[in-house]
Design a protein around this ligand. Sequence first.
Ligand code: TRP
Ligand code: ZN
Length: 492
Amino acid sequence: MTAAAGLVLSTPAAATDRGPGAPGIGDSYFPNHGNGGYDAKHYSLNLDYQPGADLLRGRARILATATQHLTRFNLDFLLKVDSVKVDGRPATFARTGLHELEITPARALTRGQPFLVEVSYADTPSKVPVPDETGGFQPWIATADGALALGQPQVAWWWFPSNDHPLDKATYDITVSVPKGTQAITNGIKVKERTSGEKTTSTWVMDKPMATYLATLFIGQLEVRTGQSNGLPVVTAYSKDLGQYEAAAKESIEQTPQIVEWLAGSFGRYPFRSMGGSVTSALPGFALETQTQPVYDPRFFRAGPDTYVVVHENAHQWFGDSVAVKDWKHIWLNEGFATYAEWMWSEKLGEGTAAEVADYFYGLWPAEDEFWQVKPGDPGAADLFHNATYYRGAMALQALRVEVGDAAFWNIVKTWPTVKRHGNAETSEFIALAERISGKQLDAVFDTWLFTAGKPATSPNGTAAATAKAAGGEPASVAKIKAVHELLRHTK
Ligand code: TRP
Ligand code: ZN
């Protein structure tokens, strides 16, 4: 589902409206991510995985609609492909560029035509090299007893062919076969499971639109817990090697339902039909807001139970998952909100108000620090997950709150994920909404906090630079929030 068809149609290769689909969807930071010429509606994935050998066999059926006359179109994918069919007829395919699978159907597709692409593949994903442009992070991690697929902005290339950009969300059903005694966790609701012979096969359904990078697969000999919260299924999964982190991890992750309920109080009803969380030692740091089923590194819980990271990843279910970016440059709409949710949690726990935490972080980086050179409203591809995207993005929200007052602020924060639910968004739309609700002209606030390099002269609360940090001291939550963010972005 492409929320902004205009963006797809305006990409150069699609401009002819007849011929091959563009090899990129038109993202300003990642021009070759996603593709043009069609709109993916549903992915039906049938996977078989052999742990140890790291052998993944798959058949992906993708239901899509052509948005132009198409002689040829691309999917993004890195694994070895055996065959491709379009509407049941064998199609020819070729590899081009870094991660393009170029498909030529036997017959050209007409604009508006629904079509079914079927891709059969088998490979050892951990052996597939990571292209340089990804910064070296390996999104497919094979373990002794399973595997984990997790990455942002790219991960699908290692496990299913897709139109790999958040702009083209789709629904999913994912069927996974693993050896008996091994568990597979993916997004949404498990609707079926059966063991026959040496294999256990489960089918999961994600019935709400999902961006490709939010799909995850977690396979291993896991401890899986199931429950319910307000009628919604809850699934939590733990690898069995969490060791010293096990108790604190469980104590934290098992609070997901209460945290989601608390978040819904500010952000409006939870957008999905299930929730949960997975913890695995396979990760080199990181947590990710994979839809309904965030994944966490156990080291978030090294100093004992920590709910800040659980708040962060679940806030993303509204900001990032339900409301996804139209273009990666709008990433602060995800990270700024998820970070602000931590500051709200600090206030709720009595560990410092959001205003105090905002002032603290404003004071933390001196004016000459490189932190202030990155503009959260346009951080650049290399700095997508820079501290500024998170902390200065959250400061922008605090500055907005001070400018419009609490009543208008909470109205904005609840209305945004409600009007944009299951869609895509960009910063200008958020500013327009904030202006409409508050009745104020807000260009100056957003220019200062999102789009201007350099440290603003006063803190998000309007406090003078020299006194901002000293005035409040260090809120009790700060050490925990810092620890979360160091591991989240895997930086010091
Ligand atoms: N979006 C993640 C978060 O803030 C952080 C993240 C960025 C990440 N890139 C990643 C996590 C790659 C895992 C893999 O929660
Ligand atoms: Zn985040």
